[in-house]
Design a protein around this ligand. Sequence first.
Ligand code: HEC
Length: 93
Amino acid sequence: MKWAIRCTLLSGILVVLVGTYEWATRPRTPEALFKTRCAACHELRTDRLCEFPPALRPAIVDTMRHLHEADRVIDDAEAAVIRRYLEESLPCP
Ligand code: HEC
């Protein structure tokens, strides 16, 4: 019986640890989201993005999701954040 309690306790602790780790390493800011999600398949290509006028940059996120299967990596909510980041806050030289 004791082992059962011990197992339950240990797996509880494990779940909390893994949860905390995921929470702590999750990208939080729009910039972090852009940097982690958009670098999942290729380098960031900020130079290329900066060649587009800001108003056209959000469409690139949709293109990636529709044509290049980035919807596996970037969900709807994240796409909205990244679209907005690219249009309003992407630092270009
Ligand atoms: C699931 C994989 C994947 C993800 C995630 C992804 N891309 Fe792509 N991307 C591709 C593929 C495949 C191509 C076309 C082949 C190539 O150029 O490497 C491409 C091409 C591009 C190009 C065109 C490059 C050029 O020189 O014409 C840009 C710009 C780009 N991606 C930006 C982004 C941005 C911004 C994000 C984040 C919103 C993103 N990508 C996320 C797979 C991905």
